[in-house]
Design a protein around this ligand. Structure first.
Ligand code: NAP
Length: 280
């Protein structure tokens, strides 16, 4: 069994991004907006700031009060859309209940939508046109490539169908010529589907959901989830110790998909900066 090391791979990707960013006439710029003080969101935003520093990017952070109005948030997004020195705009989700998430996402210029959540970018991804790279799914594909795992002709099973993970990873696996099944909370016989998988992607958010009896001998197992156990320790959906005995490759949590998600955000910001400077 090979443990897929996302931390090392992410460091390599960020170093490559840093080298490329150095060659640009103007530094890539990322603006991150955080509404409220959810501790988990704060950790993510701090991580993004650190990544920008490592890659030599310019970054700005806006922390808005929990009760900020949707109009004020839209105005900030509008201002950032018009700024020459900002290439990427990221609004940390989830937003407070009184703000309509889709309205905010759709207000971000598609050219600055480095999270790849805007319907135009999602549509482009769907039809195989140039778009941004959806961060978590692209991070997974880069890991597969790094470890020489070619999805072509393989059976891939994705558990989870969210817009940010399940659906886009299924699309990318399909684009790479896997035969893809998507499972969700209404799928009967989940274990039966999972046992068919050459590549099994777990993106649910339920600790212990994927047990060893659900995994085929020699399967590649990708655990996207970020759950907390009873001691507050980070863990995925997969029963790691037992599944590692059967898998050929497996991602750990932490240290697997998570660091790659952050690295792809940096790749997208670099891409946006190149496009804005007419270099791509
Ligand atoms: P989400 O929006 O809550 O979606 C969860 C999906 O799992 C849904 O499609 C749901 O089905 C399905 N599901 C729920 N219970 C199930 C069950 N018993 N059997 C099969 N499917 C079931 O979550 P998400 O945003 O996609 O995130 C999934 C996990 O990935 C979370 O742990 C999140 O923290 C983590 N995550 C990690 C990264 C990273 O960088 N590593 C990035 C993003 C998310 P229905 O559609 O039928 O409800």
């Amino acid at each position: 069994m090979t443990r897929i090391d996302g931390k090392t791979m992410a460091a390599k990707v960020k170093e490559r991004v840093r080298q490329e960013a150095k060659k640009l006439p103007r530094k890539p710029g990322l603006a991150v907006i955080l509404v409220g003080n959810d501790p988990a969101s704060r950790v993510y935003v701090n991580g993004k700031r650190k990544d920008c520093e490592e890659c030599g990017f310019y970054s700005e952070e806006y922390t808005l009060q929990e009760n900020v109005s949707q109009q004020e948030l839209l105005e900030l997004v509008g201002t950032l859309n018009g700024r020459e020195d900002i290439d990427g705009i990221l609004v940390q989700l989830p937003l407070p209940k009184h703000i309509h998430e889709r309205t905010i996402i759709e207000a971000i210029s598609p050219a600055k939508d480095v999270d790849c959540f805007h319907p135009i970018n999602v549509g482009n991804l769907m039809i195989g046109e140039k778009s941004f790279l959806p961060c978590t799914p692209t991070g997974i594909m880069e890991l597969l490539e790094e470890y020489g795992i070619d999805p072509a002709g393989k059976r891939a099973v994705v558990v989870g169908r969210s817009n940010i993970v399940g659906k886009p990873i299924a699309l990318l696996l399909l684009a790479w010529n896997a035969t893809v099944t998507i499972c969700h909370s209404k799928t009967p016989e989940l274990a039966e589907h999972c046992r068919q998988a050459d590549i099994l992607v777990a993106a649910v958010g339920r600790r212990g959901l994927i047990t060893a009896d659900m995994v085929k001998e020699g399967a590649v197992v990708i655990d996207v989830a970020m759950n907390r156990d009873e001691n507050g320790k980070l863990c995925g959906d997969v029963d790691y110790e037992a599944v590692a005995e059967k898998a050929s490759y497996i991602t750990p949590v932490p240290g697997g998909v998570g660091p790659m998600t952050r690295a792809v955000l940096m790749e997208n910001t670099l891409l946006a900066a190149k496009r804005h400077q007419n270099l791509q």
